[in-house]
Design a protein around this ligand. Structure first.
Ligand code: HEC
Length: 275
């Protein structure tokens, strides 16, 4: 890691004192608010369109007739269709699964690991004797996730980090991955989504690190389908020629934990649409 990153994270090489998640959160927020004074904090839920006004208008017209509407409908139908044993997804979730997206991911202290919404959807299937879904290439997992996100529209992200070493370590793991340079091109997530945010990289402008999970899954017009958050992580790692991790493996769940905590205070507005 270079010096700048150490300074950004509030770590110094001579001391081993780690910054607390609350301090990281404040530092992230202040950094972006300072760098993009025109952007209201609440607008970071819109990803790159919160800082790139030139592409915003076109995106807003797409959102007037959202390409993911059919996915929400399909997701709702799947969500309410009983498993072979007669139960539905509602039986696995708090408040029958409605309006709960903002509480994911959470650190499960009994299991000692981060649980994401999509992991919980598949665990619900398995505990009801059904086969798990794939986390890739859209499909029923992305549809159900999109439907569940849509029932949380306007709810505020509120990810908690329990005061235990295990929870803190999961958060730190995610943060470390975010700032570690990887791949043949030797980039970290932060290189693009913190330091180069707003700068044109070939045809794209990398969005700010805060607000990423609020609008997932995302309908990508380039793919013509929904993409889950972990598939998107893999896409960015491929781009820098790094070997992606397994969707819903520990690395990505911890990474999601970190970026979701950094998005606390923002509204859920998933699913979304992107290029
Ligand atoms: C070489 C630069 C680069 C690196 C490194 C990179 N990304 Fe990206 N990422 C982009 C660009 C460009 C986009 C598309 C524009 C945008 O941000 O929406 C993108 C999109 C995303 C999105 C979707 C944003 C949205 O609103 O739909 C997520 C989430 C994301 N990246 C996470 C990550 C994570 C996590 C890492 C590290 C594992 C990472 N990225 C590494 C450049 C990068």
């Amino acid at each position: 890691m270079n010096k700048f990153i150490f300074i950004f994270l509030g770590l110094s090489i001579s001391t081993t004192v780690l910054s607390s998640p609350e301090e990281d959160y404040q530092r992230f927020k202040d950094y972006f608010l300072d760098r993009f004074p025109e952007t209201e904090f609440s607008d970071y839920k819109n990803g790159v369109y919160s800082i790139d006004l030139s592409s915003r208008e076109q995106w807003e017209s797409i959102e007037d007739f959202p390409p993911y509407e059919i996915n929400i409908e399909q997701g709702e139908e799947l969500f309410n269709t009983p498993f072979k044993n007669g139960n539905t997804y509602a039986s696995c979730f708090e408040n029958s699964g409605i309006g709960i997206r903002q509480n994911y991911p959470y650190f499960d202290e009994d299991r000692g690991e981060v649980v994401t919404l999509e992991l919980a959807i598949n665990e619900c299937r398995k505990s009801n004797g059904e086969k798990p879904y794939s986390y890739y290439k859209g499909g029923p997992m992305a549809d159900i996730s999109a439907y569940m996100a849509s029932t949380s529209a306007g709810e505020i992200f509120d990810v908690k980090i329990p005061n235990t070493d295990e929870a803190f370590n999961a958060y730190e793991d995610g943060k470390r991955l975010y700032f570690t340079k990887v791949g043949q091109l030797n980039f970290s997530c932060a290189d693009c989504h913190v330091y180069q945010t707003g700068t044109k990289l070939r045809a794209d402008i990398p969005s700010p690190a805060i607000g990423h999970p609020t609008h997932f899954p995302v309908y990508r017009s380039s793919a013509g389908r929904l993409v889950t958050l972990h598939e998107r992580f893999a896409g960015c790692l491929n781009r820098v020629r790094a070997k992606p991790f397994k969707a819903q493996g520990e690395e990505y769940r911890n990474l999601e934990y970190f970026i979701s905590y950094m998005s606390n205070g923002l509204e859920i507005n998933g699913p979304g649409s992107r290029k």
